[in-house]
Write a protein that binds this ligand. Structure first.
Ligand SMILES: [Zn+2]
Length: 75
């Protein structure tokens, strides 16, 4: 599993499959973030699951506006 260097979204095979169903044009690639198309990194630490970004204090602190799993630290 990899994490996006920009938005910290965790990228794995399962989430890529889900993204693919939403938009067939997206090419499944763990090296590119499906949300913001920036490069991902193997080096990350800890993760949070954001259920409701509007109600989550962590989401606000990390500037996350979407649901999903996000790495706390990405190098
Ligand atoms: Zn991203």
């Amino acid at each position: 599993m990899k994490a996006c260097k920009v938005c910290h979204r965790l990228v794995d095979k399962v989430s890529l499959e889900t993204e693919k169903k939403k938009d067939a044009k997206i090419v499944a690639d763990e090296n590119v973030c499906p949300a913001c198309h920036n490069p991902t990194s193997k080096t990350w630490q800890g993760y949070v699951i954001i259920q409701d970004p509007k109600k989550s204090r962590i989401a606000r602190k990390m500037n996350i506006q979407a649901q999903g799993r996000f790495a706390l630290k990405v190098r």
